[in-house]
Write a protein that binds this ligand. Sequence first.
Ligand SMILES: NC(=O)c1ccc[n+]([C@@H]2O[C@H](COP(=O)([O-])OP(=O)(O)OC[C@H]3O[C@@H](n4cnc5c(N)ncnc54)[C@H](O)[C@@H]3O)[C@@H](O)[C@H]2O)c1
Length: 264
Amino acid sequence: MTVAGTLEARLSLGGKIAVVTGAASGIGRAAAQLLCTLGARVVFLDRDAAGLAVAVGECADFAGAALSFELDLSDHRAIETVFAQIVEVCGGIDILVNSAAMNVSGASVDYDLETWQRVLDVNLTGLFLTSRLSARSMIAREVGGAIVNVASVGGLSAGITGRGNANPSYRASKGGVVNLTRALAVEWAAKGIRVNAVAPGYVRTPMVARLTNDPVKEAAAAEKVPLGRFAEPEEIGWVIAFLAGEGASMVTGQTIPVDGGLLA
Ligand SMILES: NC(=O)c1ccc[n+]([C@@H]2O[C@H](COP(=O)([O-])OP(=O)(O)OC[C@H]3O[C@@H](n4cnc5c(N)ncnc54)[C@H](O)[C@@H]3O)[C@@H](O)[C@H]2O)c1
């Protein structure tokens, strides 16, 4: 086999069914579109129906195919219903990317408990449910698979972004994602399912609009990053695509910072 042929075989996701949460915006959209470029049939999931339509529409000329379902991850029954529909329509799931999350800042001493619960419901319990529903499909078909979670540098360090932005529920949920990634990787390794995560630093998406809408705040944040800038969503998407593909066949249980050196 030529080097080019080997590379193509290693990078191609042709014939794979991939499901991506948070696919209407930011990192999820970039990852879903990249997987589609690499030949996968990609199911875009999000609670934002209008954003989904735009994201899927942009894939018209890509190698793979794109379809979407509206889903709010705080509705745990709806997750079961939608995943049953995906398996029925697509025949199974080979790749899952968990990118959807919410972030509500607030000081811990006053933090509203309903908000705390909602953030954990979406960021951690929602991710657990999508993961096990995907794993059930992978195990039933005896094909293995790959799950890639989008954690955060905030799940690996509390000090990295300074004292100014208290968000206890988000950090607790992302720390949970990092360790759940390890736990599921070990539990499902014998079934051929790899589970990994990426931990982005600052990425130019609507989630950090409070920084990117203010040049002074963005410059102050970028100053902390050794590479000196915010990442573009595609720069996280490429690492997700790598972890989802055969090139990462010996990688599992890991959380890879994609942070321009923030944690270095
Ligand atoms: N942008 C950053 O700087 C940054 C840094 C570290 C980690 N992250 C992580 O990256 C991931 C993607 O975030 P992003 O930056 O692309 O933000 P984003 O706001 O662009 O995208 C998040 C998407 O998740 C969806 N979503 C939120 N709650 C949902 C719910 N309950 N059900 C279904 N969909 C829901 C939103 O509709 C949106 O489309 C998140 O897990 C986030 O924590 C982002």
